[in-house]
Ligand binder design. Structure first.
Ligand code: NAP
Length: 331
């Protein structure tokens, strides 16, 4: 295999500018590892979009192959836990950031990053879920560890048409939660109701003219994917004893708030990271997804399959916030 070429999206720094393009690569172009995988799918995430632009804050050393997710079949491995021919899924760690990633027909990674595709999920379903789904389900787990159990709890999901938001809504509904409000900038109500939302609010409708330290307690639990000013407007609206998870910053990294929702209403703000989660936790999340996510709801996301040559066009939509659901690169 050493001399064969395969295709990958390579991001390079040329004259202090960042250029991305599909190139013929060999194994020499891949980071070191003990397992070689023939990629079948890689999902496109917001982070991958940032990886292709200047000052995106994702890649520090060029050239790099982005792609924080990969699904495929083991070609070669030194592991005792899985073997040639096994279907596997990889999310996070350094993939597509400091280690050549999933936008490549061949991926080489350390054994410890490999998770076997759980029974009950196809490769395409696993790719649809990807890092976005792991983050969504870890956020739900974190809310449940912090009090969410009542199926009638009022739950708000932000960035609702995005990868994390849409899978979070599908999973919450699959778990039996009955009161899910989707907050979205897009007029995509049919999609959000089909996923499982019971109410859809636009960002214009949601944002108050002035954010007060405490407002009417509208939500018991919140799964936030966008941060920024929207997050500042949510905290004063969380019910006594409620909790909110934060995983993303599509609306900004700055958070302006007061201590009042925390000290007068005892609310909890919980950070979620799915990238460095230990593999045992990732495996448990994949099992939960395989067993509890309603596959018909997942198919509502309608993951679109695209060839590797279209990545640059798709990341532009992600960066502009005009992209919905999940787009998969089919290798
Ligand atoms: N912590 C972790 O481990 C982890 C893992 C994965 C992802 N993330 C982060 O989670 C966030 C969501 O990821 P994703 O893959 O779901 O991204 P995505 O598919 O691009 O979705 C983000 C959604 O946020 C909304 N949005 C985008 N720009 C916005 C803006 N300027 N103001 C308000 N809303 C905006 C849009 O939804 P609507 O149009 O429906 O409002 C968009 O679809 C990203 O920030 C990502 O980096 C974190």
């Amino acid at each position: 295999m050493t001399n064969e070429t395969f295709r990958a999206l390579v991001v390079e720094e040329v004259n202090e500018e960042i250029q991305a393009g599909v190139k013929a690569c060999t194994l020499e172009d891949l980071s070191a590892g003990d397992t070689l995988i023939k990629t079948s799918y890689s999902g496109i995430n917001y982070k991958d979009a940032l990886a292709t632009i200047k000052n995106g804050g994702v890649i520090r050393s060029y050239p790099m192959i982005p792609g924080v997710d990969a699904v495929g079949e083991v070609m070669e491995t030194t592991s005792d836990s899985f073997k040639k021919g096994d279907k596997v899924v990889i999310t996070g760690n350094g993939l597509g950031v400091s280690h050549t990633g999933g936008f490549s027909e061949i991926v080489r990674i350390p054994n410890e990053w490999v998770v076997k595709l759980p029974e009950g999920l196809t490769e395409k379903e696993a790719a649809t879920i990807g890092t976005a789904g792991i983050t969504a389900v870890e956020s739900i787990n974190e809310l449940e560890r912090n009090g969410l159990s009542d199926k009638k709890a009022r739950i708000l999901v932000t960035g609702a048409t995005g990868g994390v938001g849409s899978i979070a809504i599908a999973m919450l509904k699959s778990l039996g939660y009955e009161n899910i409000t989707a907050l979205s900038r897009k007029k995509n109500e049919d999609f959000l109701y089909a996923l499982g939302a019971t109410k859809v609010i636009s960002l214009d409708e949601f944002m108050p003219e002035k954010i007060k330290p405490l407002q009417k307690q509208e939500y018991d639990f919140v799964l936030d994917t966008i941060g920024g000013k929207v997050l500042s407007a949510i905290l004063p609206q969380i019910n006594y004893g409620g909790a909110i998870t934060l995983c993303g910053n599509a609306s900004g990294i700055k958070l302006e708030t007061t201590v009042l929702p925390f000290i007068l209403r005892g609310i909890k703000m919980l950070g979620v990271d799915s990238v460095q989660l230990p593999n045992e936790k990732k495996e448990a999340i994949w099992e939960r997804i395989a067993n509890e996510l309603d596959k018909e709801r997942l198919s509502t996301i309608g993951a679109v399959e695209e060839p590797i040559d279209r990545i640059e066009e798709i990341v532009t939509h992600l960066l502009e916030g005009t992209h919905s659901g999940r787009t998969l690169i089919k290798m």
